[in-house]
Design a protein around this ligand. Structure first.
Ligand code: GLC
Length: 756
């Protein structure tokens, strides 16, 4: 420790007198710039490159484990100071062990930044991000991220690879579970809430961690929803749909970005200077650093964009990818590339400055072991604050899709309730995917949640498996179950019941990375089970537990009550039971459209009108439609019911200035129960220099009203909401004719036109 104390003293001396000139790439002055330069001036080229090198831990792998990446080699590089960050090393004891090597056994003792996928909770798992987004409750989402940060930080983590802010319109893509759905406005607000939740007011606190906006950019537009597939979008989609949540995350202060596996304009994102240098570090003046996604630097060889690893390293670093996650390309080739003049040392210096600055902001130079407190670890992980937090978030994430005959909320006593479905008794699937530090079997199952309520007589039958998994995070064995042997017991229970609650959907690892699906039906023989039970008892409440929109048209047409319960995390069963019994009145709204059929994908509400939007006359064929399915979704973006109901009236829209208007309307709770409504405001720019969508969400408010209560709501829209990016990437407002809609979903019909 003495040696490093000497070096750190040296740094503070340097800090006092060192006046390095600022290179243009980091124009914004940070309080740490001089300290960063002091450290940089002490470093050899190899030590600088070491900061740009990130290894995965010696046991967890969240990507294709590298063939030659032996623990021994990583260990040797760690001791040489050739590692700047470790991922998948967690727990105070393990983090302390690797940090000790970096800080006490290397020449300069530069601390590691410890990254981990805290995607929806750390060990206490919150609802999958798509579910949290369904709450539209920005305060709750921020609190959820803050709790996750606190729990992860107590385990030694100081950087999360979240929020994933990829907009996506295709439910076939497995990673829809990880994001905020199809809309850039909602996605931007949620990106801000999550960045602020992770990073808090003080990034140097031992209870906050650096955020990472990912995957930059366009990953959610993988063609045909197939993971890692080609992305082919125009600049209007890039600027108006894909980039806004990233810009919002950057403006919220996200300290890191992660680039994506996909190509964009036929250039892999990892080697794409247009998005990383021109837009992110140039126009947006981003001051943090960019980490590649797992192995994405070397994957440019498979893309046919780099001829070998050395060429890939040259392309990536020159395009603005600052840190190499698990390609080993930087640590093996950058030094030679600098000597050959193919990479300038000032490019290396700029990347290292960005990385060191985040380490200073996290307080790691002041105390590299500040995240390593065994007592705090024991007191924090899984504590009551964490449990209450994920329960609150889970309740708010549930969406009521249908409730004919008011089967819900359930009567408290005297009822025979038949609960059917493997997922009802599954204590792992509700944790969803990306639950790396979550422990299998630790979720409260729906059955357990229901058993916390006395008064009704409950029976349970599995009926059928969802999917015979030996699935693990990184491995999948396709055994689609077709076993119907459990049907008879389920049918017998249903015959005796007043109400049947069927819990159907997807296993926890049937969505997420590498889990794209070509079908959006209920997996296995669950649909057959549903129809077999329906044949003997029509009083069915269908509880869906799934990681993506599903095509459940038959259920919609036959089942009286449908609850979308996603994968709600550790407190799943308690949250759903509280909604089923009415202790919480469901308030969620869909962040992504549900299709009638997978053939409609990608399907989204903010579509373009086209030149042939409507059927010119009955039986005409020459207009934009299918001959075998309607254009409409099964359930639209922004849709969700309550145990009460709401009415919108008295819409008044008035111009305040050339690019600003005020929207006023009344919202009334016309039911018998208190409830929450997400009142939504959409615009349509009727004529512009590029085509604009038929609707765009540009404002919303989550409002709680007592039965019979009316509230007058006012939302102001200004240039930020009324403008758009033209194909050159300039943000413009064009005066003209607008239509303003208000309502409880993207099918809002109450509207008024206004000339601006
Ligand atoms: C994965 C994912 C990325 C994750 C990273 C580290 O492949 O694409 O989202 O953060 O590797 O686990």
């Amino acid at each position: 420790m003495l040696k490093n104390a000497y070096i750190l003293t040296l740094i503070s001396l340097f800090f006092a007198c060192n006046t390095s000139e600022k290179d243009s790439s980091t124009a914004t002055i940070s309080p740490f710039d001089q300290k960063v330069d002091s450290v940089l001036n002490l470093m050899t080229l190899e030590e600088k490159i070491g900061q740009m090198n990130q290894y995965s831990g010696f046991w967890d792998a969240t990507g294709p484990a590298p063939k030659d990446g032996s623990a021994a080699k990583k260990y040797e590089h760690l001791k040489k100071g050739w590692v700047g960050s470790m991922i998948n090393v967690r727990g105070v004891e393990n983090v302390k062990a690797v940090q000790k090597i970096a800080v006490e056994e290397t020449r300069l003792g530069i601390p590691l930044i410890i990254g981990f996928d805290v995607i929806h909770g750390y060990e206490t798992i919150s609802p999958i991000p798509l579910a949290e987004s369904a709450s539209w409750d920005l305060e709750a989402i921020q609190k959820s991220a803050s709790n996750a940060a606190q729990e992860a930080a107590a385990a030694g983590i100081n950087w999360t690879f979240a929020p994933m802010v990829d907009i996506t319109r295709d439910a076939r893509w497995g990673r829809v579970m990880e994001g905020a759905g199809e809309d850039p406005y909602l996605g931007s607000k949620i990106a801000i809430a999550r960045v602020q939740g992770f990073q808090g007011e003080d990034l140097s606190s031992e209870k906050t961690i650096a955020a990472c906006a990912k995957h930059f950019a366009g990953y959610g537009f993988a063609e045909s929803g197939k993971d890692y597939n080609t992305v082919d979008v125009n600049h209007s989609t890039l600027f108006n749909i894909i980039l806004p949540p990233f810009k919002a995350a950057e403006e919220a202060g996200a300290r890191t970005f992660m680039n994506s596996f996909n190509e964009l304009d036929a250039i892999p994102a990892t080697g794409n200077g247009f998005i990383q240098r021109d837009i992110l570090k140039g126009e947006w003046d981003f001051q943090g650093f960019v980490v590649s996604d797992w192995g994405s630097i070397n994957e440019m060889i498979a893309h046919g964009y780099a001829k070998d690893s050395k060429h890939a390293a040259e392309l990536a670093v020159n395009a603005g990818s600052d840190m190499d996650m698990e390609s080993y390309a930087y640590v093996e080739h950058l030094s030679e590339l600098v000597k050959e003049g193919k990479v300038e040392e000032k490019t290396i210096d700029e990347a290292v400055r960005r990385i060191l600055k985040v380490k200073f902001e996290l307080g790691l130079f002041d105390n590299p072991y500040k995240y390593c407190d065994e007592v705090r670890e024991k007191e924090t992980i899984g504590n009551a604050q964490m449990q209450e937090g994920v329960l609150d978030m889970a309740k708010k994430s549930i969406v009521l899709l249908k409730n004919e005959n008011n089967l819900l909320p359930l009567k408290r006593e005297g009822q025979k309730i038949a609960i059917i479905g493997a997922l009802a008794n599954d204590k792992t699937s509700p944790l969803g995917n990306w639950r790396l530090a979550g422990r299998d079997g630790t979720a409260v199952s729906f059955l357990e949640g229901m058993q916390n309520y006395q008064g009704n007589q409950i029976t349970y039958a599995k009926g059928a498996d969802v999917y015979t998994e030996p699935m693990t995070f990184a491995k999948q064995v396709q055994i689609n179950t077709s076993d119907r042997s459990g049907f008879n017991e389920a049918i017998a229970n249903a015959k005796q019941a007043d109400v049947v609650i069927m819990v159907l959907g997807e296993a926890g690892l049937q969505s997420g990375e590498g889990r794209s699906r070509a079908y959006l039906d209920l997996p296995g023989v669950q649909q057959d089970l549903l129809e077999a039970v329906y044949a003997v008892n029509k009083n069915i409440v269908l509880v869906l537990q799934n990681g993506r929109p599903l095509a459940i048209q038959w259920a919609h047409e036959h089942i009286p009550t449908i609850l979308e319960a996603w994968q709600l995390g550790t407190q799943s069963g308690n949250a759903i039971a509280q909604v089923v019994y009415g202790d919480y009145n469901p308030s969620g709204k869909l962040p992504m459209s549900f299709p009638k059929h997978v053939g409609q994908e990608p399907i989204y509400y903010n579509y373009k009108n086209t030149g042939r939007p409507h059927e010119p006359s009955p039986d005409e064929v020459f207009w934009s439609h299918y001959i075998d399915e309607s254009n409409a979704p099964l359930y639209p973006f922004g849709y969700g019911l309550s145990y009460t109901s709401f009415e919108y009236s008295n819409l008044k829209v008035e111009k305040i200035a050339e690019a600003s208007l005020k929207v006023n309307f009344d919202l009334k709770n016309v039911g018998e129960l208190k409830g929450k409504e997400v009142a939504q405001v959409y615009i349509r720019d009727l004529v512009a220099s590029i085509t604009r969508p038929v609707k765009e969400l540009k404002g919303f408010e989550l409002i709680e009203l007592n039965a019979g209560e009316t509230k007058s709501i006012e939302i102001t829209l200004s240039e930020n909401e009324l403008g758009f990016y033209n194909n050159e990437g300039d943000f413009v407002f064009e005066p003209g004719d607008f239509q303003i809609f208000v309502g409880g979903s993207s099918e809002a019909s109450l509207n008024q036109r206004i000339e601006l």
